[in-house]
Design a protein around this ligand. Structure first.
Ligand SMILES: Cc1ncc(COP(=O)(O)O)c(C=O)c1O
Length: 402
């Protein structure tokens, strides 16, 4: 079959492409209001736009380290997450303390978290994967009196909330990613958000020191964005998916990323795409719940973070197969019937070979994270997924699980 639904992404219409190009040309020297949009979505007082989520996290950690008087240098993160989270910590010259996660809900294992030694810890990040918001009450209780800063990594939870507080604003400072598979995209990009004046002043100082992006960067982004917007259509996606040099879906650990401010083109993309934000989120919630209802509790599959009453806008729907071979078979068979499922991050963070030196608790038990890295796969939830695709996915997974 030629048709292939991408594992994640945001459909971009031809009209949006024209709007982006004409807005970029006509606003050559004007500011866009993308910062204001992000402040509204996160409820934060201040927002700074940068070239990626990892750059945002890096700048936050540098600022917090400076504000703490450089007394504490460890950052607590989940042992299963996007590889760029530990990369930002290592690039900032800080150490990584891993805490295991709970496979059933993809949140921290709060028992293990509450037993950690935080005497050298500067900050903690929630898990917040796929659209599942971490339990902030448990998080705060597990680390109470430790003086940690909370950094709300909302790369995958933008537009969601916890007890009425918007994601991005649940900690002292937060960051977002506008990568291609997120709830809002600028093709690549990120943001720092905070309502804390002290942290804000420090971040402002680092932002003033950032190099402006080279004009050629904008040209590169425009070319790649146009390619992405067109090739993401399921009738075309099989081509980029099989071109190895594009590296689509590959997870690599890389501390050598650039830290720059966001280009005007990316701000324009963000402004235009944010006009569709509510629709993007609603479609995801509806597709995810139709998939989840058909798959959950059958053939040994379970869906972390989902229950029948919930309408969660999963950016990808996470599924736990009963074992690794069933997971691998599911990804392979789904690809064959035209569905891009993803096995996500290839290992727990402690298993990344080049990371060992930056870890402070290598010998702890990360069995939950390892289990998830072997059994988890994700399904697309975006608007290119049709009702027919959903039926085919459910039938395929039930057949494997028989
Ligand atoms: C949980 C999480 N944190 C941080 C990041 C880093 O964002 P970026 O890819 O924009 O650097 C990502 C990226 O996918 C992520 O999923």
């Amino acid at each position: 079959m030629l048709r292939l639904v991408p594992p994640a992404g945001i459909p971009v219409s031809v009209t949006d492409i024209f709007k982006i190009i004409s807005a970029r040309i006509s606003s050559a020297d004007k500011k866009t209001d993308f910062e204001e949009t992000i402040k509204k979505i996160t409820g934060a007082k201040c927002c700074w736009l940068v070239n990626s989520g990892r750059a945002a996290n890096y700048l936050i950690l540098k600022s917090l380290y400076e504000l703490s008087g450089k007394a504490k240098n460890e950052v607590v993160i989940p042992a299963y997450t996007c590889f760029s989270v530990p990369a930002s910590i290592a690039k900032a010259g800080l150490k990584i303390r891993l805490v295991d996660i709970e496979p059933n809900n993809l949140d921290y294992d709060y028992d293990k978290l509450s037993r950690c030694d935080f005497s050298k810890s500067l900050a903690i990040l929630p898990v917040n994967l796929f659209g599942i918001v971490s339990d902030w009450n448990k998080l705060r209780m597990a680390v109470s009196d430790s003086g940690l800063y909370f950094v709300d990594d909302s790369a995958q939870t933008l537009g969601l909330s916890y007890n009425g507080v918007k994601c991005g604003s649940l900690g002292d400072v937060g960051f977002l990613s506008f990568g291609r598979g997120k709830n809002l995209t600028t093709y690549s990009g990120g943001a720092i958000v905070t309502s804390d004046d002290k942290i804000g002043d420090c971040i402002e100082k680092y932002m003033r020191e950032l190099p402006s992006p080279n004009p050629l960067v904008e040209l590169r982004i425009l070319t790649e964005f146009l390619f992405y917007a067109i090739m993401m259509r399921p009738w075309l996606y099989r081509l980029p998916a099989v071109l190895p040099f594009l590296g689509l879906g590959k997870t690599v650990y890389d501390e050598g990323f650039a830290v720059e401010s966001m280009t005007r083109l990316q701000k324009t993309i963000g402004t235009i795409i944010s006009g569709n934000f509510q629709r993007i989120v609603q479609i995801r919630a509806s597709n995810a719940s139709r998939l989840a209802k058909g798959i959950s509790n059958r053939g040994g599959y379970s869906i972390p973070g989902w229950n029948t009453g919930a309408a969660i806008p999963f950016i990808r729907l996470p599924i736990l197969a009963k074992d690794e071979s069933t997971r691998n078979l599911a990804v392979k068979r789904l690809f064959h019937i035209g569905i891009g499922a993803s096995a996500m991050y290839p290992s727990a963070i402690d298993e990344i070979p080049s990371i060992k030196e930056a870890l402070v608790n290598l010998t702890d038990d990360f069995s939950g994270a390892r289990d998830v890295s072997r059994r988890l796969f994700t399904l697309p939830t975006h608007a290119y997924l049709t009702a027919n695709d959903i039926d085919n996915i459910i039938a395929c997974l039930r057949d494997i699980g028989k």
